[in-house]
Design a binder for this molecule. Structure first.
Ligand SMILES: [Zn+2]
Length: 282
């Protein structure tokens, strides 16, 4: 599932094809449920001849800003792919939405699992989306102090907190596991059990794994692609995620796969001890 680094890579790779260009029309909506808001008919009508002025990302949402203060917002969820293809490219059965651009190129939205969604939002709609989401982990405004305060306000287990988009935006299963391994924190550790120094280490680890993920153009295990259809390479640099039974790169112990908040979770039990005070807790 695309997380912050993957969506950011899609954003950056879309930019040269879209900014300053126009959406001529929507030529295909093959799976109407993809369009969350407004109705598919209104979506098509309002996306006729619209200029693309900027592309932002907020959490895992791609925000394609249009003229008249509106934005086409896309969430790729599990398997969504947003790519720019040539005029003669033919959509396959998984290509649910197609936009034609003034360059003659097309933008394909392809999604095998069909969980991805699109919205056409005005300024108020965007503000409402923004309010639901926690701070951006790579933003300068999220200092170590601000992150400490953010975590200290919460209760609960670290993995669950970090996956919660209202606490901090953009993290998912892969980058949470990587950050916790780097900070040497157990995913089931609670906020009450960790020191300020450990929160600082977590802050640094989150920023490091995300920056590295962006640098490697995202993590591709199966579906994730950038706007040109290219895979990322971060899967080759992961320390713990998807490495069950392989030796920990820090200590050599085998990486374990456990289940936390119904998510497969990868840890080194030696480097990420839960600590004596939690033993026996579920
Ligand atoms: Zn280890």
């Amino acid at each position: 599932m695309p997380e912050l680094p993957e969506v950011e890579t899609v954003r950056r790779s879309l930019q040269p094809f879209l900014i300053g260009h126009r959406i001529v029309e929507v030529t295909r909506i093959a799976w109407p449920s993809t369009i969350a808001e407004p109705s598919p008919e209104e979506f098509s009508a309002r996306l006729r001849d619209r200029e693309i002025v900027a592309i932002d990302r907020r959490a895992k949402y791609l925000i394609i800003h249009l003229d008249q203060d509106e934005a086409l917002v896309v969430h790729l969820r599990m398997t969504g792919q947003l790519t720019v293809v040539e005029a003669e490219a033919e959509p396959d059965k998984h290509t649910h939405v197609v936009l034609r651009l003034d360059t003659g190129q097309q933008m394909f939205y392809r999604d095998t699992r069909k969980f991805g969604r699109m919205w056409l939002l005005d300024r108020e709609g965007l503000a409402a989306l923004d309010r639901k989401l926690g701070p951006e982990p790579l933003d300068d405004t999220l200092t170590a102090e601000a992150f400490r305060a953010l975590i200290r306000r919460r209760k609960g287990r670290l993995k669950q907190l970090l996956l919660d988009q209202a606490v901090i935006a953009g993290l998912g299963n892969i980058y949470v596991d990587e950050a916790l391994w780097l900070a040497q924190l157990h995913p089931l550790a609670t906020v009450g059990m960790i020191s300020d120094e450990q929160i600082d280490a977590l802050y640094a680890a989150i920023r490091e794994v995300l920056a590295s993920g962006i640098d490697k153009r995202g993590t591709t295990f199966s579906n994730y692609r950038d706007a040109l259809g290219a895979k990322g390479s971060n899967q080759n640099y992961l320390n713990v995620y998807n490495r069950a039974n392989q030796p920990c790169l820090r200590c050599g112990s085998p990486i374990e796969k456990i289940v936390v908040v119904q998510r497969g979770t990868h840890i080194c039990a030696y480097c990420q001890p839960l600590g004596s005070s939690q033993e026996g807790e579920s």
